[in-house]
Design a protein around this ligand. Structure first.
Ligand SMILES: *Cc1c(COP(=O)(O)O)cnc(C)c1O
Length: 357
């Protein structure tokens, strides 16, 4: 039996996508081979990569002067790739609004002067610093942000307006809400949250910014090289890209990012309204900055939290344990979690509250 899986990543994928992958697993597109067995130089495979790129461009309205590439190493490898491709003057700004933002900033320090211009750790990352009041560095090569904080459940409601290009880690929210790609220099996202199984990371970058990677940049991390080779410089994470292509096709069929955003906002509202109207559960992120993808909440008692997680699991609502840094619960309600899944969670929360108050 399928359960509702609220995992933060790897996470649930649309059921019809999984079924399609299963259906064509042994014989992909009449090749008589599984997609995991064909050469990445095969025409049938090339078509997948091209289609995935086309769909990313279409669904996010990516301007023509941006590349869309599929790379390996997860978002964490991009923490290094960002300075290695962009840090020409040796200085960049970082806004530290969560654990991954902090890791990106720490990685940046290996390659140059990574200046922390904002930090919300004073209130356990429950807000985003006012981007209009930050002290942006003169001559920064870029400003790095993490648009949605997977662990702490906050997100930018407004993006910085600054001279330097914005580099955004959108791992846990890409394709969940409409964004204006042209306002960013680079967007990157590990796929395993909202797009595909683990193994592929998507990078969308303004081509004019990526022509001169640092001399020490490994070839594999040069976005320019990946772009010039259509994401096929070496063997790509073939299966993950194939799955991403299926998910993107599914998203298009469901009305694209705009339609998905409406559903996501509806799901998040149901859950936050329920939490806010309850005296049993709390979420401490300032409402303006609440993520519509990751919703952490607690009962106030570690013992009850553990009981909640165990009983929810028995009721078919799994992976609700919060990240080890925050404890409590976290419901990741990515694109593939249906409205019914959120309703089932709320119903369970009500019942648990009545029984344990
Ligand atoms: C999960 C996550 C990462 C880490 O991704 P990996 O693919 O495991 O390297 C980085 N940033 C954000 C925002 C994430 O949610």
């Amino acid at each position: 039996m399928r359960v509702y899986n609220f995992a933060a990543g790897p996470s649930t994928l649309p059921l019809n996508v999984l079924k399609k992958a299963q259906e064509e697993f042994l014989d992909f597109s009449g090749t008589g081979m599984s997609v995991t067995e064909i050469s990445h130089r095969d025409k049938a495979y090339d078509a997948i990569v091209k289609d995935a790129e086309k769909l990313v461009r279409e669904l996010l309205n990516v301007p023509d002067d941006y590349c869309v590439i599929f790379v390996q190493g997860g978002a964490s490898t991009q923490f290094a790739a960002v300075p290695l491709n962009l840090m020409h003057s040796g200085k960049a700004d970082y806004i530290v609004t969560g654990n991954f933002a902090k890791k990106a900033w720490q990685e940046g320090q290996i390659y140059g002067d990574a200046v922390k211009i904002g930090d919300s750790s004073d209130k356990v990352y429950t807000y985003i610093p006012d981007v209009d009041k930050l002290n942006y560095s003169e001559n920064a090569d870029y400003v790095h942000i993490t648009s949605n904080n997977t662990i702490f459940g906050s997100r930018y409601s407004k993006f910085p307006e600054c001279k330097a290009p914005i580099v955004a880690d959108m791992s846990s929210e890409i394709f969940s809400r409409e964004i204006d790609v042209g306002k960013f220099g680079v967007i990157y996202a590990g796929a395993q949250k909202n797009l595909a199984p683990a193994g592929v990371t998507i990078v969308i970058a303004k081509r004019s910014l990526i022509q001169n990677p640092l001399k020490i940049c490994p070839t594999m991390l040069k976005w320019k090289v990946q772009d010039e080779n259509g994401s096929l410089y070496n063997t790509p994470p073939a299966f993950s890209i194939y799955m991403a292509d299926l998910v993107l096709n599914d998203l298009k069929q469901k009305g694209g990012v705009k339609a998905m955003q409406e559903v996501n906002e509806y799901k998040a509202k149901l859950l936050y309204d329920f939490i806010d109207n309850s005296s049993f559960y709390t979420n401490s992120v300032l409402p303006e900055y609440r993520s519509i993808m990751n919703v952490p909440f607690v009962t106030g008692s570690a013992e009850l939290d553990a009981k909640f997680i165990a009983e929810a699991k028995k009721a078919g609502l799994v992976s609700l344990k919060g990240h080890r840094l925050v404890g409590g619960m976290r419901a990741s309600i990515y694109n593939a979690i249906p409205v019914e899944g959120v309703k089932a969670l709320i119903k369970f929360m009500k019942k648990f509250e009545t029984e344990n108050k």
